[in-house]
Design a protein around this ligand. Structure first.
Ligand code: ZN
Length: 159
């Protein structure tokens, strides 16, 4: 069975940047399960996996435009330290500044005496992504899974 619209796909993957730093991996854990074609994965990954079958191993190089987007300097903002109230603020801390509809994570870059510099870019924005992928299984999604927009069963959602 080939990967396409509305297939449940499980993959093992390792993600590295161009300096061979491992950014994320499923190695040693459960494979990643997802429904193809509903925007669960970044565009570059779904494009690279389309039409492939279980057992296939592949390398995918994904440009930022088909990954987590280009780095946008205007998403770096200066915020008064007082905006954080009594909360301690340190570089590297992340805050959820989004709503239920759209998650929007900002990362603290620098903390000055009066001003905090925050960055609304995804941590992987502007990064070329290198995926080493092994396709473990491909099956049809059930109607219930399609209605819910997620995978059920082992390694999926439990209700
Ligand atoms: Zn469900």
């Amino acid at each position: 069975m080939q990967i396409g619209e509305n297939k449940v796909v499980s993959i093992h993957y390792t993600l590295t940047d161009n300096e061979q730093n491992v950014l994320d991996t499923s190695s040693g854990g459960s494979p990643l399960y997802y429904i193809h074609g509903i925007g669960a994965l970044i565009v570059g990954m779904e494009e690279g996996l389309l039409g492939k079958t279980a057992g296939t191993k592949l390398m995918l190089k994904v440009a930022p435009e088909k990954g987590y987007g280009a780095y946008e300097p205007e998403l770096v903002q200066h915020v008064p330290l007082t905006a954080f109230g009594a909360q301690e603020v340190k570089p590297g801390m992340q805050f959820d500044a989004g709503s239920d509809e759209q998650r929007f994570i900002v990362t603290v870059k620098e903390v000055g005496a009066e001003v905090v510099i925050i960055d609304g870019n995804h941590p992987l924005a502007g990064v070329e992504l290198n995926f080493e992928i092994e396709i473990m299984a491909v099956r049809n999604a059930s109607e219930e899974e399609l209605a819910h927009g997620h995978v059920h069963g082992l390694n999926g959602h439990h209700h």
